[in-house]
Design a protein around this ligand. Structure first.
Ligand code: PLP
Length: 379
């Protein structure tokens, strides 16, 4: 360890792409990448052409990007308002990040840095909250979930009451949760509403376009809530790294203070703008994806060895039935390895597998390859 580096960073390792593709050149390999919940579809070529034209004709590469993201924030506000009765969202309610990851880090900096706060997460959930907190030296308090993956609200409440030094300042939830796919229930929402004003509630709606459930309509009454969304999933723009936060203007102003001045490239801003303009086209494939999800889920559920959970997102979580923990983790690892060897990448996580719903062909291969792997293991 270099002597000038913070000693607590020694035990952390760099985040790598779960499929192991990090750092490798982007080539078209015959691999089904069902491990990161991206859309199976690239942007349609007519949309790419429009982007390319914009790049050629309108972007001056010698100029810094629009650091205020004005056009993009207006377009996002308009989009978010479509799901609201009273359309009260304005650009002042929006902050844009280099992926939602940047927004998560900004929120951690704004609330907990310098030993003033801890965060609370209910596992299994999105790993990035904990990873980013650790890089900032922020303590992470974890609680569990029920067999149906509802947050252990009693344990969470107790943790909030008993954690001092530093106290819990932020609760992170995903709606619907990753990797398990369940949306927040009425009782979970009731608990979140009961949290005191000095605790920030971050509701990550990365999969909103698939679930069509959102808490945005409540934000006006809840100054301690913030919603995160992303262009990386349903909008097919994972390559461009664009996420956004929705909250009251006072909270948005804080995020704007913390972010890097030019956190988004001009090209990424234009890509997100074009995606929003073309949203009818891009989001038009979601019903088909949901049909694919139902088919895949049903077919997986027919296998006697698999426990398949309902999902409100574009992935399916499953576990092995009737195995003890040790056995299960061995089986899961070998299942995962065999899937990988046959060309399907999935995510092994918290004692289960999370499989992204892909194209029709990919989903058929997932079923065949999983079946073959289970057969081989005598399951
Ligand atoms: C995929 C995902 C994101 C998206 O992160 P970006 O940095 O915007 O790509 C955010 N939150 C959750 C829970 C996710 O699964």
């Amino acid at each position: 360890m270099l002597p000038f580096i913070r000693s607590d960073l020694a035990k952390l390792t760099a985040y790598t792409h779960p499929g192991g593709n990090a750092g490798k050149p982007v080539t078209a390999t015959a691999v089904d990448r069902l491990d990161t919940n991206e859309s199976p579809d690239d942007l349609p070529s007519e949309v790419k052409e429009k982007l390319a034209w914009t790049y050629q004709q309108l972007i001056e590469t010698n100029r810094y990007p629009d650091g205020g993201h004005e056009a993009l924030k207006s377009a996002i506000a308009e989009y978010v308002n479509e799901s609201l009765q009273d359309a009260w969202i304005t650009p002042a309610n929006i902050s844009v990040g280099n992926g939602s990851d940047e927004l998560i880090r900004s929120l951690l900096i704004a609330t907990c840095l310098g030993g003033v706060g801890s965060i609370l997460v209910a596992n299994p959930t999105f790993s990035m909250y904990g990873i980013l907190a650790q890089t900032l030296g922020i303590p992470v308090v974890t609680v569990g979930r029920s067999p149906a993956f509802e947050i252990g609200v009693a344990a969470a409440q107790l943790a909030i009451e008993q954690t001092e030094d530093p106290p819990i300042r932020v609760v992170f939830v995903v709606h619907p949760n990753s990797p398990t796919g369940n949306a927040l229930t009425t009782s979970e929402l009731t608990w979140l509403r009961s949290l005191p004003k000095q605790i920030l509630v971050v509701i990550d709606e990365a999969y909103f376009e698939f679930s069509q459930t959102t808490v945005v309509s409540e934000l006006l009454q809840r100054p301690n809530w913030i919603v995160l969304r992303t262009f990386s999933k349903a909008f097919r723009l994972a390559a461009h790294r664009v996420g956004y936060a929705i909250a009251i203007p006072e909270l948005i102003k804080v995020l704007e203070k913390i972010r890097l001045p030019y956190n988004l490239t001009t090209f990424s801003q234009v890509a997100a703008l074009v995606a929003l303009q073309q949203r009818t086209l891009l989001l038009g494939s979601i019903p088909q994806l949901l049909t694919e999800r139902a088919k895949l889920s049903h077919a997986l559920g027919l296998h006697p060895a698999l426990q398949v959970y309902n999902s409100a997102a574009n992935f399916i979580y499953l576990r092995l039935k009737d195995t003890d923990c040790q056995e299960e983790s061995n089986y899961l690892s070998s299942l995962n390895q065999q899937l990988r060897a046959s060309g399907t990448l999935v995510r092994q996580i918290n004692g289960g597998l999370r499989i992204t719903v892909g194209s029709q062909e990919e989903n058929l291969r997932t079923l065949q390859r999983l079946q073959a792997a289970l057969d081989k293991m005598g399951k």
